[in-house]
Design a protein around this ligand. Structure first.
Ligand code: FAD
Length: 416
C-alpha cells in the first residue's frame, strides 16, 4: 500500500508544483531508499546508490532555477519534498540538504534579494558553472561550515581562511562533521577571505567557495562511528593550502554574510529530514498496532485502550509539529519581522525535539519487539536524536533566542 503524503495537497493547499515534487520525492524514497536504509545505517556507509537515483529523477537540480534548466523549487517546495525523503532514509535526506543548499542559496534566495546589476551578472555567471555540473554530470556538493567553535553558531568569523592569490584563493582550515566527506565531488566551504596573511577575520568577508574534492591538500580524516545518521559519513575535512581557482566561487565575495542575516529561514533547511522522521515514527506505530508491519506476525494490539490513548497523543504531537512547521516555512522570506522569526525558532525547536520524542513514544507504545534491529524504529530513534544538535539553530540556541526575543526589544538591555 502506498503511503499518503505527509501534507495532503488539498488540505494544506499546496500548489500543483509543490504537490508534484513532493510526490516525486515520496515515490522514489519509498520504493528505493526505504529498503536500503538499514544497511547504510549498519555499515555507516554513504548512500551512493540513492544519489544515482536522485540524479536520474532530476532531483539533484531541485533548487536550480528553471531558467537554468533545474526544477526551480523555492525554499518551501524543497522542504515539502525533502520531508518525504526523510521519512524513508534520514541520512539521505540530511546529506541531500547539504547538496541542495548550494543551489538554494545561489538560486531562489539570492534571486529574491536586491543586488546591483553588475554583481547580479557576475553571480549568475558563477552559479551557472556549478548548475551545469550538477545537471549534466550528476555532480554532488557538500556543505561543510562547522568548525567546532562559535563560527558555526554565527557568532564569529570562520577560522577556515581563503587567502587571495593570483587567479584564485588558497584555502586552509578544518571542518568538522562534514557530511558526504569522501563522497562529494565538491565541498561548498564557508571561509573568511583574507587579502594578506595577517588580516583580521571579519564575518562580512565570508566567502562561499567550491573546493574540488580531488584538489591537492584536501584530506578526509578520522573515524565515523556515531549513534545515528550513520549514512551521512560526516568525517573531518582538512584543507591544507588548497588552491581554488576564482571560477569556483559560488557567489561573489561579501554576498553570503548579507544573505545569511537577511534570510534566517534558510537555517530551517535541516528540519525536513526530522519532519519526515516524525511522520515515519507515527506511521510505524499505527501499522504495528494494526498488525500490518511487513515481516512481523499479524498480531493486532489496537484493541487495548492504553494503545489508543498513546497513539492519540502521538497524533496530537505530530499535528502540532506539522502545523507550526508548515506555517513557518510558508512565511519564509527575506527580512522577516520579529514575530515571524520567533515562530521559525519555535518551529525548528519543535520539529527537532518532537521527532525524538515521537520515536521514544513509538517504542514505548509498540513494545519490546519493535526495537529489534530488523525493524526501522530503533534507527529512527537514533537518527532523530541528532536533530537538536545541529548548528546554528540547536534546540538550546533556539530557546535562548526565543527567550531573549520575548523579553527584550531590539537594542534593549537591563542597564536602561
Ligand atoms: C549527523 C550530523 C551531520 C552533520 N553534518 C554537517 C554538515 O554537513 N556540515 C556542517 O557544517 N555541519 C554538520 N554537522 C554539525 C552540526 O551542525 C554542529 O555543528 C555540530 O553538531 C556541533 O557540534 P558540537 O555540539 O560539538 O558543537 P559545540 O560548538 O561544541 O556546541 C555544543 C552545544 O553548545 C551550544 N552552543 C554552541 N555555541 C554556543 C554559543 N555561542 N552560545 C551558547 N551556546 C552555544 C549549542 O547548543 C551546541 O549544541 C552535522 C552534525 C551531525 C550530528
Amino acid at each position: 500500500m502506498t503511503d499518503a503524503p505527509i501534507f495532503s495537497p488539498d488540505s494544506w493547499q499546496l500548489t500543483d508544483g509543490q504537490a508534484a515534487l513532493a510526490e516525486r520525492a515520496r515515490t522514489l524514497a519509498a520504493k528505493r531508499f526505504a529498503p536500503r536504509a538499514a544497511e547504510y545505517d549498519r555499515e555507516a556507509e554513504f548512500p551512493t546508490e540513492n544519489y544515482r537515483d536522485l540524479a536520474e529523477a532530476g532531483l539533484l537540480g531541485i533548487c536550480i532555477p528553471e531558467s537554468e534548466g533545474g526544477l526551480g523549487a523555492d525554499l518551501k517546495t524543497y522542504m515539502l519534498a525533502a520531508a518525504e525523503i526523510g521519512r524513508y532514509c534520514g541520512a539521505t535526506a540530511l546529506t541531500f540538504n547539504m547538496h541542495v543548499s548550494s543551489c538554494l542559496w545561489t538560486g531562489d534566495l539570492l534571486d529574491r534579494l536586491e543586488m546591483d546589476p553588475a554583481t547580479r551578472a557576475t553571480h549568475h555567471e558563477m552559479r551557472r558553472v556549478h548548475y551545469r555540473r550538477i545537471l549534466d554530470h550528476g555532480t554532488v556538493y557538500a556543505q561543510p561550515f562547522s568548525e567546532g567553535g562559535a563560527s558555526a553558531a554565527g557568532f564569529r568569523a570562520f577560522g577556515t581562511t581563503a587567502l587571495k592569490v593570483d587567479g584564485g584563493w588558497r584555502i586552509s582550515g578544518k571542518k568538522i562533521f562534514a557530511s558526504l566527506a569522501g563522497y562529494a565531488d565538491y565541498y561548498g566551504a564557508l571561509c573568511t577571505a583574507l587579502q594578506a596573511p595577517g588580516d583580521p577575520h571579519l564575518r562580512r568577508n565570508t566567502m562561499y567557495l567550491a573546493v574540488p574534492a580531488d584538489a591537492d591538500g584536501v584530506r578526509v580524516e578520522g573515524p565515523w562511528d556515531p549513534l545515528g545518521m550513520r549514512g551521512t559519513v560526516s568525517r573531518t575535512l582538512i584543507f591544507e593550502d588548497v588552491f581554488v581557482p576564482e571560477a569556483e566561487q559560488l557567489m561573489p565575495q561579501g554576498v553570503y554574510a548579507a544573505a545569511a542575516s537577511r534570510w534566517p529561514h534558510m537555517f530551517m533547511t535541516l528540519t525536513p529530514t526530522y519532519m519526515g522522521i516524525a511522520q515515519a515514527c507515527y506511521d510505524f506505530t499505527v501499522a504495528y498496532l494494526r498488525g500490518e508491519v511487513p515481516g512481523t506476525p499479524p498480531v493486532k494490539r489496537r484493541m487495548y485502550p492504553t494503545k489508543r490513548i498513546a497513539v492519540a497523543n502521538m497524533r496530537t504531537m505530530l499535528e502540532q509539529t506539522k502545523a507550526i512547521w508548515f506555517q513557518a516555512i510558508s512565511e519564509a522570506r527575506p527580512d522577516p519581522d520579529k514575530d515571524s522569526l520567533m515562530r521559525a525558532w519555535a518551529a525548528q525547536y519543535t520539529v527537532m525535539e518532537n521527532a525524538n520524542e515521537l520515536a521514544r513514544l513509538a517504542i514505548r507504545t509498540c513494545g519490546g519487539q519493535s526495537m529489534l534491529r530488523s525493524l526501522p524504529l530503533e534507527r529512527l530513534y537514533r537518527d532523530s536524536r541528532c536533530g537538536s544538535l545541529m548548528l546554528p539553530w540547536t534546540a538550546e540556541l533556539c530557546l535562548d533566542k526565543l527567550g531573549t526575543g520575548a523579553l527584550y526589544e531590539t537594542g534593549e538591555t537591563d542597564d536602561d
